[in-house]
Design a protein around this ligand. Structure first.
Ligand code: ADP
Ligand code: MG
Length: 349
């Protein structure tokens, strides 16, 4: 493009909150043939809310993974625990927060699971963690400060709460700590099919051999209103639309379905440090990918993409790594970025 056309394009972009880092980026955007969206905070609002708390009977699992009956609970009781689990309908939500009356008196086993999980998550800045802490506080639970805290990126947290180690996170986090997550399988799958992020809660008592699976907590996020329209407009242009996330396959697919992304275009369970490799592998066949993300996690992936795009209230790190910054939190601006590039280059033909 001529310098004049580039200037016009850059200005038009800026008027729409689409900032190109330079004239070459403006020219490149029209050639994007694949858009890879990060899930959380990009296609979804990234504002998690606690939706479910499920408590299990106190089975103790050992390192070997076998279930040791505790207090008479046999392996068969797992099914009962799952059946008894609260459904989405009676799950606590912000709109449906228990009143003081309901929380008064005897603390339920669910409350205890939530209280320990939230105490452990106090040390974390993760949106999943904040929703758990907020949910616990809304229910009036008394949280303790963790005596120690370790963030395990892409997996969860390990903290010391009231002298015991408390784990909150995915299946791998528990397995690595020698706690068998399988008794929670049905509950986890049910919540994940609902598009929720389900997290296991376990406790390893000081000096004890193995740990106990206490329950499951789940957070849900909502899809941004224009996400579906953005995906559909990109596909109309012949652009392949993909999604990448650290979240599990089932949750990822449920969200993908809501926005119209094909299940085979979903890359789930991608660790933060592996996101850039995933983008490189997508581009290995010569695809020119625009990676769209909002988080610190996404910066390396933004850097390797043909065009890296930071969206909305993106972190400074993401904005720094990006070629394009979308000032608003609107996935439709991804389409706008490509259109401005198109229009700019067409004017000079
Ligand atoms: P995303 O790519 O969607 O932003 P992350 O890579 O941060 O997700 O996390 C991947 C998974 O690790 C989450 O879906 C969750 O199961 C688990 N996880 C991460 N952080 C936490 C946390 N603070 N508490 C519980 N689970 C967590
Ligand atoms: Mg993210």
């Amino acid at each position: 493009a001529t310098p004049a056309a580039t200037m016009v394009g850059t200005t038009i972009g800026a008027q729409h909150g689409v900032l190109f880092k330079g004239g070459d980026i403006l020219e490149r955007a029209k050639d994007v043939d694949t858009v890879v969206f990060d899930k959380t905070g990009t296609l979804t609002r990234g504002e998690m809310e606690l939706t479910d708390v499920v408590a299990f009977d106190g089975e103790t699992t050992t390192d070997g993974g076998e279930t040791v009956p505790d207090g008479g609970a046999l392996a068969e009781d797992d099914a009962t625990a799952t059946d008894d689990a609260p459904t989405a309908d009676d799950a606590p939500t912000a709109d449906d927060a228990p009143t003081a009356d309901e929380t008064d008196g005897s603390a339920t086993r669910e409350d205890e699971v939530l209280r320990l999980a939230a105490s452990a998550e106090r040390g974390s800045e993760h949106p999943l963690a904040r929703a758990i802490v907020d949910g616990a506080e809304e229910r009036g639970l008394d949280l303790s400060d963790p005596e120690s805290f370790e963030n395990v990126p892409g997996h969860g947290v390990r903290a010391t709460v009231e002298g015991d180690e408390v784990l909150v996170g995915n299946r791998k986090l528990l397995r690595d700590a020698g706690v068998d997550p399988s008794p929670a399988a049905e509950t986890m799958e049910r919540l994940e099919r609902e598009g929720k992020t389900a997290m296991l809660v376990a406790r390893v008592r000081a000096g004890a051999d193995g740990g106990e699976l206490l329950g499951v907590v789940a957070d849900a996020d909502t899809v941004k209103p224009s996400a579906k329209e953005a995906v559909s407009q990109l596909r109309e242009r012949g652009v392949d639309v993909m999604m990448i996330t650290g979240d599990n396959e089932r949750t990822a697919r449920a969200v993908a379905e809501q926005v119209g992304i094909d299940p085979e275009n979903v890359r789930a369970g991608v660790l933060p440090e592996d996101k850039s490799d995933a983008v490189e592998s997508i581009q290995s066949d010569g695809s020119r990918a625009m990676m769209v993300g909002d988080g610190v996690n996404d910066a390396p992936a933004l850097a390797v993409a043909y065009v890296g795009t930071a969206i909305g209230s993106g972190t400074d790190v993401a904005i720094e790594a990006a070629d394009v910054t979308l000032m608003r939190d609107d996935p439709l601006d991804v389409v706008k970025a490509i259109r401005v590039s198109d229009a700019t280059l067409q004017k000079i033909k």
